[in-house]
Design a protein around this ligand. Structure first.
Ligand code: FES
Ligand code: FES
Length: 171
């Protein structure tokens, strides 16, 4: 039987009817057509579906949709400003060459955002730990680590990390 859930998605209040067996990933991609969060393994192994729920990075493929009642959800679509200006993490991934096919990128960025929101100055070990559940098949992790370090520095110094001309949002 359908149930109504109320939650906040990327700063917008939402109310919708869901089926109890839906996952959050299904709700986002299939019902709301927000396809920035990727579907990879759908078994909690790859991290491509990572979003932030109440400040914590979660695998949305395993997260039961009914549990978002009253929660605040952030996805990759909520990272750039309404003006289109990218979040420093998105800019850092571009600047450091941390994106190739881009399939893992939304999940990587959401895991990194959850880390930096909680710990603005993480060690390399802490970054590795935060990204341990996110797999990348093509870029290699060195550039991804560099990007997170670069973004942490930019955010902590409020540095101006601007996208190059013509660069668009990652999602
Ligand atoms: S699709 Fe969710 S962890 Fe792989
Ligand atoms: S950039 Fe292709 S999987 Fe990571």
């Amino acid at each position: 039987m359908r149930k109504t859930v109320s939650f906040v998605l990327n700063g917008n209040r939402m109310e919708m009817e869901i089926e109890p067996e839906w996952t959050l990933l299904h709700l986002l991609r299939e019902e709301l057509e927000m396809t920035g969060s990727k579907s990879g393994c759908e078994s909690g192994e790859c991290g491509a579906c990572t979003v932030i729920v109440n400040g914590k990075a979660v695998n949305s493929c395993l997260f039961p949709a009914p549990e978002i009642e009253g929660a605040s959800v952030t996805t990759i679509e909520g990272m750039a400003k309404p003006t289109g200006e990218l979040h420093p993490l998105q800019t850092a991934f571009i600047e450091k060459g941390a994106v190739q096919c881009g399939y893992c990128t939304p999940g990587m960025i959401m895991s990194a955002k959850a880390l930096l929101d909680e710990n603005p100055n993480p060690s390399e070990g802490e970054i590795r730990h935060a990204l341990a559940g996110n797999m990348c098949r093509c870029t290699g992790y060195v550039q991804i680590l560099d990007a997170v370090k670069f973004a942490a520095h930019a955010l902590s110094t409020k540095g101006e990390v601007r996208p190059r001309k013509g660069e668009e949002r990652i999602a």
